[in-house]
Design a protein around this ligand. Sequence first.
Ligand SMILES: [Zn+2]
Length: 56
Amino acid sequence: MSLTPSLNSVGLTFQCPHCNFAFVKNGSWFQVISRYKCEGCGQRIRITYPDKVAIF
Ligand SMILES: [Zn+2]
């Protein structure tokens, strides 16, 4: 399964599993990033491929 390129410029919402801090990033950001530091709780969050597919 491939991610839809047309969604690269669309804002997508992702929610931290630890503190439920929600943020919006472009689809292209999700495709290049594999982990991020939550702005809400400071935890490092891994974004797995299944997570990305679920978002899209
Ligand atoms: Zn968090």
